[in-house]
Design a protein around this ligand. Structure first.
Ligand SMILES: C[S@@+](CC[C@H](N)C(=O)[O-])C[C@H]1O[C@@H](n2cnc3c(N)ncnc32)[C@H](O)[C@@H]1O
Length: 280
């Protein structure tokens, strides 16, 4: 079984700090707010029935309706098969998150990886924002120096110098996002992949209190049409509590400004939960 739940509140501004690894230092471009998510502007809530993703007021389908008309009206066209892939175990939660980012992020955008880890998410973000203009930025944060070294190494192996220069890495808690992302930056995506560093110290783990502070900061810096994306793990001590904190935060966001949903496997209670918070 699979559930998609939508919940839904508001936002202010940041300061500055030097990156641990700075590959370049050029001026950030101001970004337009309009994007595919504006198509969600009239939606008040959503549900999933056999993987359809649909605005509630238009949704009159029964549990077996997977008709084309539903897919045609999808606010995130093309994602349906990816979501089916996740539900049937063919796609990992992180892969689905990357696919959703792909529908939201544009070349030249500024994005934040709030938990760099081994750098796979940072790399995926970089590929989405990098172009010849050199205006895209990826701000990456992690409390572990080891994670940033891993991220740096991955980038070193996989992208060219010009692309690397778009990434700024900070050895800092994500509750301090506003100290590293320059004031007045238009942030399109803030992504969290919670938990511990795979292959690293399992005692260094994201915590409910700082995750909540980071979410509040993300809420303030995100532009309209932006996304807070989370992969939340519930199988380790403290994971379930952290998930509940994330859910409570999402449920408080006002429905006229946010579209909030989760993808959760009901009969795989330890499977990671995907949480997407779209800012209208
Ligand atoms: C699941 S891993 C991230 C995986 C990573 N995104 C990737 O693509 O490999 C979680 C990371 O969060 C980091 N972390 C834990 N607490 C943190 C905090 N308060 N602020 C920032 N990062 C934190 C850990 O050090 C760990 O590297």
């Amino acid at each position: 079984m699979f559930s998609l739940k939508f919940c839904s509140r508001l936002h202010s501004l940041p300061i500055n700090r030097k990156p641990l690894f700075a590959f370049s230092d050029t001026t950030l471009k101001s970004l337009s707010n309009a994007n595919v998510l504006s198509r969600l502007s009239s939606a008040s809530s959503c549900t999933a029935t056999a993987m359809s993703f649909q605005q509630t007021q238009n949704f009159s389908a029964s549990s077996n309706s997977t008709s084309l008309s539903i897919f045609e009206d999808s606010p995130l066209p093309g994602l349906e098969s990816d979501l089916v892939g996740y539900v049937f175990g063919k796609k990992k939660a992180t892969e689905v998150a990357h696919l959703v980012w792909n529908h939201v992020v544009r070349k030249g955008d500024a994005v934040v990886d709030a938990t760099c880890g081994n750098g796979y998410d940072t790399l995926a973000m970089l590929k989405l924002v990098a172009d010849e203009s050199g205006t895209g930025r990826v701000y990456g944060l992690d409390v572990q120096g080891e994670a940033l070294v891993n991220t740096y190494s991955l980038l070193d192996e996989t992208v060219n110098q010009a692309e690397k220069q778009l990434v700024k890495l900070f050895n800092i808690c994500h509750s301090k996002i506003e100290e590293v992302v320059p004031k007045d930056t238009f942030v399109r995506l803030v992504a969290f992949n919670l938990g511990y560093l795979p292959g690293g110290d399992k005692t260094v783990i994201t915590k409910s209190e700082t995750t909540l502070l980071a979410l509040e900061a993300a809420e303030r810096i995100l532009i309209q049409g932006g996304l807070i994306s989370m992969v939340v793990y519930v199988g380790h001590p403290g994971g379930r509590e952290e998930f509940e904190t994330v859910e409570a935060f999402a449920c408080r966001l006002p429905v006229d400004q946010w579209i909030c949903c989760k993808f959760q496997m009901l009969n795989r209670p330890l499977a990671p939960v995907l949480v997407f918070l779209f800012k209208r």
